[in-house]
Design a protein around this ligand. Structure first.
Ligand SMILES: NC(=O)c1ccc[n+]([C@@H]2O[C@H](COP(=O)([O-])OP(=O)(O)OC[C@H]3O[C@@H](n4cnc5c(N)ncnc54)[C@H](O)[C@@H]3O)[C@@H](O)[C@H]2O)c1
Length: 444
């Protein structure tokens, strides 16, 4: 099929590359000239596992191209994916849907032949109905609108797009269903992937509910970490023990500094506002509690650093390992790691940040913080090492505890992701502080 992907950011760029990998001819439409130029050169504008490989494979052959010319794409494509951003409004009261309304509103009048618009951006209930009105009044006949929310995990965006666990399509016509089945045919033919066809409003709620549940799970185990901090219990053992129950499971149950990134914080905030507005008071109350627990984790993390230092952070030399909001991506939007570094910086610490992939993105967002170009420089002379993003290079690197021990001033690790296996660090003479766990000290 001839496919366009409108908006080539963290969702759209991997989606465009994956559609080319599935065998479609693809044009990505991107307004930001810097992003577009990098994509045109066959590279990703940010780090995302596997993205560079697919771009290097499909851009040189012309199977995947990039443009800002919407008119050309409107003439050419059978199907248009909408993957533009839906940031939180400045007042926090729901999404700013200007990009989605703008993209559909610009595309619709240019469409002169039957085709399908498939929205992938995350929107709240009622947005698709508003977009349908635009399509009905502006586009020629035979243009269908489908809402096909995306469930990919950043850091696994390519893999999750090519091997999704489900495809949800909110639609209202047989033609639209056929288009969805055709564009995803190679995935559906493999089997084991359920295509859930529903109405647009159910697709909207389903996506919001999925992110609300993931956030609830994270806030739940973080609330249990608070209980463990007070009672002296060990939250890692609690998480492991309850997760054995298949109704609970282990996924998403690691305690830490809370969820972040370009999706969960704004999606939970927008959904909380929308369900409150609709009068779903209990749903709103539940989600407000989820957000409150998440917000509280920053205080818990800063307090853990103070406890580990044995005093205030002002003046302390602190190495912060990690800036991206999670491992596998260079995305620093709403990153808890960077926020914690900022809290330490504001409190007067000499915090030095190092991230293997997101130093540049972090520098652009927060040029006022201090960065090191490698882990050793960040660790040099540190009184406390804060593991802020769970990159395997930090959390699973068996050589790091001994190597870091040689350059720090004190062997004190504060792991705010509860990501390390503490035995290796204890063996190298480190104290290990984790959220919701008693401190672990090396044997004398
Ligand atoms: N990032 C994720 O992991 C993820 C996962 C699931 C769903 N989503 C949803 O996908 C949507 C996009 O998120 P993102 O993280 O990719 O955002 P992003 O900001 O990284 O990307 C959006 C891109 O769209 C471009 N754009 C805006 N208007 C345009 C237009 N009219 N024509 C062409 N390009 C345009 C912007 O320049 C930007 O590059 C959001 O609704 C988000 O909630 C994201």
């Amino acid at each position: 099929m001839r496919v366009s992907v409108i908006g080539c950011g963290h969702l759209g760029a991997p989606h465009a590359a994956a559609m080319a990998e599935l065998g479609h001819e693809v044009i990505g439409v991107e307004l930001n000239p810097d992003t577009r130029r990098i994509l045109e050169s066959g590279r990703g504008p940010f780090y995302e596992e596997g993205l560079d490989d697919l771009l290097a494979k499909h851009v040189p052959t012309g199977r995947l191209r990039f443009t800002d010319d919407l008119a050309e794409v409107a003439e050419w494509a059978d199907l248009h994916f909408i993957a533009v951003g839906t940031p939180l409004r400045e007042d926090g009261r729901g999404y700013d849907v200007d990009q989605v309304v703008g993209a559909v509103g610009s595309l619709a009048p240019l469409l002169r032949r039957p085709c399908t618009i498939i929205g992938k951006s995350t929107v709240t209930v009622g947005t698709v109905a508003r977009l349908q009105e635009i399509v009905t009044s502006e586009a020629a006949g035979g243009v269908d609108l489908v809402w096909n929310p995306e469930f990919l995990r950043e850091g696994h965006a390519v893999e999750d797009t090519l091997f999704p666990d489900r495809i949800v399509a909110g639609l209202t016509s047989n033609e639209a269903r056929k288009a969805v089945e055709e564009v995803y045919a190679p995935i559906l033919a493999r089997g084991g992937v359920e295509l859930i066809v529903t109405d647009p409003q159910t697709a909207e709620v389903l996506k919001s509910a999925a992110n609300a549940f993931l956030s609830t799970k994270i806030s739940f185990i973080n609330a249990m970490a608070e209980v463990c901090e007070i009672s002296g219990a060990d939250v890692n053992t609690v998480a492991y023990g309850i997760g054995i129950d298949k109704r609970i499971g282990h996924a998403g149950m690691r305690p830490g500094i809370g969820y972040g990134g370009g999706c969960l914080p704004k999606d939970v905030a927008a959904f909380t506002h929308r369900v409150g507005e609709m009068g779903a008071v209990h749903a709103a109350g539940l989600l407000q509690a989820v957000e409150a627990v998440n917000d509280s984790r920053m205080d818990a993390a800063e307090s853990l650093v103070e406890q580990a230092l044995g005093g205030p952070v002002a003046g302390a030399a602190i190495a912060v390992l990690g800036a991206s909001f999670k491992a596998g991506t260079s995305d620093v939007r709403n990153s808890p790691a960077l926020r914690l570094a900022g809290r330490l910086h504001a409190a007067g610490a000499r915090a030095v940040i190092y991230d293997p992939e997101s130093n540049d993105a972090a520098r652009r967002l927060r040029p006022d913080y201090t960065y090191a170009d490698d882990a050793t420089s960040a660790l040099d002379g540190a009184e406390v090492v804060v593991l802020a993003t769970e990159w395997p290079a930090f959390s699973k690197n068996a050589k790091l505890p001994a190597a870091a021990a040689d350059v720090v001033r004190r062997r004190v690790l504060v792991d705010v992701r509860n990501a390390v296996d503490s035995d290796a660090w204890l063996a190298a003479g480190w104290e290990v502080w984790q959220l919701g766990r008693p401190v672990q000290r090396p044997r004398a």
